[in-house]
Design a protein around this ligand. Structure first.
Ligand code: PLP
Length: 360
């Protein structure tokens, strides 16, 4: 068996030990005689799996007791609508910070439910940075301020938590959650799809302060009403059971790596290796402002774009896949989430040097 170095932006690589454990437990979970996929979500086995996943998440992220943790369906795209439905709370408008493709999607969807005020944008510089906090034109009456913590396509990431006063801060953390510690108390709501850093596609994580729920718009589908889901331990309807189980195994793996502090150290070392190689090169370059570069998604350009296909082919031959940039921005992108090993990044950097020596 050969496993590739998978630089996919999502669904993304999972830790091999997690996949092995899932394989071992596939036919008979802990003597239950069943696969997790076959269990009733209301049976004692699955309730234990669910409770453990939530407890581990709370421990790793230090989620305070006054926050609800929900594991629901729909992905982050659905959350773009579900967030305004739940979070307007009698207000009409919300502030959004536009830092790239995922912010734009959130803004478009929220516009169906709310008066959206784009309080800051980096569009004029091609989304190469996070707009400085002192340039944001926030509305003091906004229901919330929405940010995308890490733009998966553009590769810009917040390396600070913006102070937005008493207005709740809402963050799409799909591609950065669990990559380093976060001060949850600074947020009203954190959400994200699982398929980048948590587990398989199909489960969406929502962490929400409990005083903000219970005022969803009347049109809100019950399955997407945070209060109803919280009151039913995310089991108002059938949750994505297998994805929650794998998320729990991933959380255990994170714990074994020294928790989020240990994971952050690894992630910083990987990102530094790659960015240093880009900055030292005459042939490859990063389009992102230094202080806002993502630790998770690293877009890069080749000086000669006509060599992109050759670069990707050579990478594939060396077992490195999914390095093509998103179709909306072109170029290359290496996604180096938690499960990407240092060896994977070393292998990429070595190949880049070799390629530059040959073609540069
Ligand atoms: C992947 C991603 C999404 C979309 O998630 P889906 O699960 O496909 O709906 C939204 N926001 C960000 C930042 C993402 O990385």
């Amino acid at each position: 068996m050969t496993r590739v170095f998978n630089f996919s932006a999502g669904p993304a690589a999972l830790p091999e030990s997690v996949l092995r454990q899932a394989a071992d437990e596939m036919l008979d979970w802990h003597g239950s005689g069943m696969s997790v996929m076959e269990m009733s979500h209301r049976g004692k086995e699955f309730i234990a799996i669910h409770a453990e996943a939530e407890a581990l998440l709370r421990e790793l992220l230090a989620v305070p007791a006054n926050y609800k943790v929900l594991f629901i369906q729909g992905g982050a795209m659905a959350e773009n609508a579900i967030v305004p439905m739940n979070m307007l709370r009698g207000k009409t408008g919300a502030d959004y910070i536009n830092t790239g493709e995922w912010s734009k999607k959130s803004i478009k969807e929220a516009g169906k439910f709310a008066k959206v005020n784009v309080a800051a944008s980096s569009e004029s510089t091609n989304f190469d940075r996070i707009p400085k906090r002192d340039t944001w034109r926030l509305d003091p009456f906004a229901a919330y301020v929405h940010i995308c913590s890490n733009e998966t396509i553009g590769g810009v990431e917040y390396h600070f938590t913006p102070d937005v006063g008493d207005v709740p801060l809402v963050a799409d953390m799909s591609s950065s959650i669990m990559s380093r510690p976060v001060d949850v108390t600074k947020y009203g709501l954190i959400y994200g799809g699982a398929q980048k850093n948590i587990g398989p596609a199909g489960v969406t994580l929502v962490i929400v302060r409990d005083d903000l729920i219970g005022q969803a718009l009347p049109i809100t589908p019950s399955a997407f009403d945070y209060k109803q889901q919280a009151d039913n331990d995310s089991m108002l309807n059938t949750p994505p059971t297998y994805a929650i189980y794998i998320a729990g195994l991933v959380f255990n793996w994170i714990k074994s790596q020294g928790g989020l502090a240990g994971i952050e150290r690894r992630n910083r070392a990987k990102a530094a290796l790659l960015y240093d190689a880009l900055d030292a090169s005459e042939f490859f370059s990063s389009p992102v402002a230094r202080e806002d570069r993502s630790l998770m998604n690293v877009p890069f350009k080749l000086k000669d774009e006509s060599l992109e296909a050759a670069f990707l082919k050579g990478a594939q031959e060396r077992s490195m896949i999914q390095l093509k940039g998103h179709r909306s921005v072109g170029g290359m992108r290496a996604s180096i989430y938690n499960a990407m090993s240092l060896e994977g990044v070393q292998s990429l950097v070595a190949y880049m040097k070799e390629f530059e020596a040959r073609h540069g």
